[in-house]
Design a protein around this ligand. Structure first.
Ligand SMILES: [Zn+2]
Length: 344
């Protein structure tokens, strides 16, 4: 394994490694609210140990900000990212296109793309989507795991609720306008009704930024069914592998899971549609746990223990027989294919 790990380290070092779901905006903003600033260097050691060159920062909003503060907190998160970019110009860049991401990586800066994780900041005003596009937002996750003006989100665990729906008329307009502007649609967190609405409306390619396979975790509605995986693949899209233990194995609370357990989800998707539809969307939460409760019924943890463990995850894939080209695709090449197609 040592040799494989060395090969994996070299591969992550050379490749454009991208994590398509990280709650950076939320973390920065929460920390700024607590009086911190100039935080970027604290992320960097793990990023560079893992070979991470780019990430998609979600604009995630705590439920206690809704509805009144949704717009304000989304803008605050972008403001915090801009402050960090200004303070560390040589090291981090907010990117608006695939070529800007490549350019940042080539110059040794971490490239950040922005994506909604729930369109609450828009309220019911479609014209604000254009405003956020101008601010650099390029991805649209319609809902987090709750209901909003656009769609119903799916829950992590069964929940008492009223009747569920798919997209609202506003949600349909958001999908159409987002694609017109050159933004990708992220189906993670949508319920099944909403997923199939998006699949019928969107031209794609679709991204499921942080969802695994429901076939391997029965009843985990945040994961994708085989039919949904096939539908995403048909658009040429990608699925980001989520490191949250509850999404990886049903027995995650009885034994400690590791990167090999997440690799089972890569295997499942690869067998179904090919590894070219897999990417990284770890949704790392360990670092946020002091103030974040995600609504799972049992405690969760990251099965890949942070970005610094990306080479260990890549080593498992090499060990299982994926070629270096396939692993390079999973690490970031597949996501770049989608960004190049969607982003103007
Ligand atoms: Zn999420």
């Amino acid at each position: 394994m040592t040799e494989t790990l060395q090969a994996a380290e070299r591969l992550t070092c050379e490749s454009l490694v991208i994590d398509v779901h990280y709650d950076l905006g939320m973390d920065l903003c929460d920390r700024y609210d607590r009086g911190e600033s100039r935080i970027w260097p604290e992320y960097e050691s793990s990023f560079s140990a893992g070979g991470l060159k780019g990430l998609v920062s979600s604009l995630f909003l705590h439920s206690y900000f809704l509805p009144e503060m949704a717009l304000r907190k989304a803008l605050d998160q972008i403001a915090c990212l801009l402050k960090e970019q200004e303070a560390f110009k040589e090291r981090v860049s907010i990117c608006r296109s695939a070529s800007e991401l490549e350019e940042a990586a080539a110059e040794g800066r971490t490239g950040i793309l922005l994506s909604f994780e729930g369109v609450e900041p828009l309220g019911n005003d479609l014209s604000l989507l254009r405003v956020f596009y101008e601010l650099g937002v390029r991805g649209v996750g319609l809902a987090w795991s709750r209901r909003n003006e656009a769609a119903d989100g799916c829950h992590f665990a069964p929940k008492r609720e009223g009747r569920k729906g798919g997209l609202t008329p506003f949600g349909v307009q958001v999908v159409e306008e987002a694609e017109r502007l050159g933004m990708w649609i992220d189906v993670s967190h949508l319920n099944d009704e909403g997923f199939w609405d998006v699949a019928a409306i969107a031209r794609g390619p679709l991204i499921a930024s942080h969802s695994n396979c429901r076939a391997l975790v029965p009843g985990m509605m945040r994961n994708l069914t085989d039919d949904q995986i096939v539908a995403i693949a048909k658009t040429g899209g990608v699925i980001g592998m989520n490191s949250c233990s509850a999404f990886v194995k049903p027995d995650h609370d009885r034994r400690r899971l590791g990167p090999e357990d997440l690799a089972d989800h890569v295997d499942h998707i690869a067998k179904l549609v090919g590894s070219q539809h897999v990417c990284l969307g770890f949704d790392f939460c360990n670092g946020f746990k002091d103030y974040l409760t995600m609504g799972c019924s049992v405690p969760t943890y990251d099965v890949v223990a942070g970005h610094r463990e990306i080479p260990a995850f890549a080593a498992v894939l090499l060990q299982r027989g994926y070629s270096e080209d396939e692993v390079r695709g999973i690490l970031g090449g597949n996501a770049m294919r989608v960004f190049k197609k969607v982003l103007a």
